[in-house]
Design a protein around this ligand. Structure first.
Ligand SMILES: Nc1ncnc2c1ncn2[C@@H]1O[C@H](COP(=O)(O)OP(=O)(O)OP(=O)(O)O)[C@@H](O)[C@H]1O
Length: 224
């Protein structure tokens, strides 16, 4: 069974009189243990596709199947619960809660999802790998773009989710840290059987992907 299966997804934005079709009958499959990268020009709909994949937004038509559940047919409440249990999002850095320290960003996760998260020792190991262990008492406004990004990555992996969906996770990172992040995401797929989908322009990430897709003119084409 595929972990992610999108069937004939369409999504448009616009008014009653004019609408732009961003996704035009898109099909996609990803399995446990795989890293998939989706690339494409700015504005081609990559983030829209990722948010549909993560049940953050519903398509206009088509089916979104995650781990055998058709999530776009669930109620809002059941979608929320599904996301919490199964999906780790690594979105842009501004998703950090501004009034919580780095440490408390994780405590908040513990409050909403009390089970299944990394043990304190594994959390510490993750923070050290990402070189953010010394930043626990800092607030998001006190972090650089790259530091915020690494906190968001750690928070996304902390819940040990079955599906990891990342939007431009390396945009503010230098070469060495890009390698670290890629190794972490690849290890989550290959060693822990997670399904990892990354939207990125960053060609430094491409070597880590099992499959590479390009989104262009509403169509998703497999490049590799
Ligand atoms: N909520 C929305 N309301 C109206 N239009 C939207 C909305 N979200 C996205 N769009 C439009 O859909 C198109 C695709 O946007 P999206 O952010 O998915 O592209 P992208 O490929 O991720 O771009 P980038 O690489 O620049 O982040 C754009 O034309 C955008 O203006």
């Amino acid at each position: 069974m595929a972990t992610i299966e999108l069937n004939n997804i369409t999504k448009g934005f616009g008014t009653a009189t004019s609408s732009e079709l961003v996704l035009d009958h898109v099909n996609f499959v990803s399995n446990a243990g795989e890293v998939t990268i989706i690339t494409g020009p700015s504005g081609s709909g990559k983030s829209t596709l990722l948010t549909i994949m993560g049940a953050l937004r519903n398509p206009d038509a088509g089916e979104v199947w995650l781990s055998g559940t058709q999530v776009n047919q669930l109620s809002q409440r059941d979608q929320d619960h599904f996301r919490l249990e199964k999906i780790g999002f690594i979105l842009q850095a501004h998703t950090l809660v501004p009034f919580l320290t780095v440490h408390d960003q994780f405590r908040l996760v513990d409050q909403v999802k009390p089970t299944g998260n990394l043990t304190p020792a594994h959390q510490q190991e993750l923070l050290e790998t990402l070189d953010i262990a010394d930043l626990k008492t800092h607030y998001p406004a006190e972090l650089s773009g790259g530091q915020s990004q690494r906190v968001a990555i750690a928070r996304g992996l902390y819940t040990q989710p079955e599906l990891i969906l990342a939007d431009e996770p390396t945009a503010s990172l230098d070469e060495a840290r890009v390698t670290k992040v890629c190794e972490l995401l690849a290890a989550a797929a290959r060693e822990q059987g997670k399904t990892v989908v990354i939207v990125t322009h960053d060609d430094r990430m491409y070597p880590y992907a099992d499959h590479l897709y390009e989104l262009l003119d509403g169509q998703l084409r497999q490049r590799r």
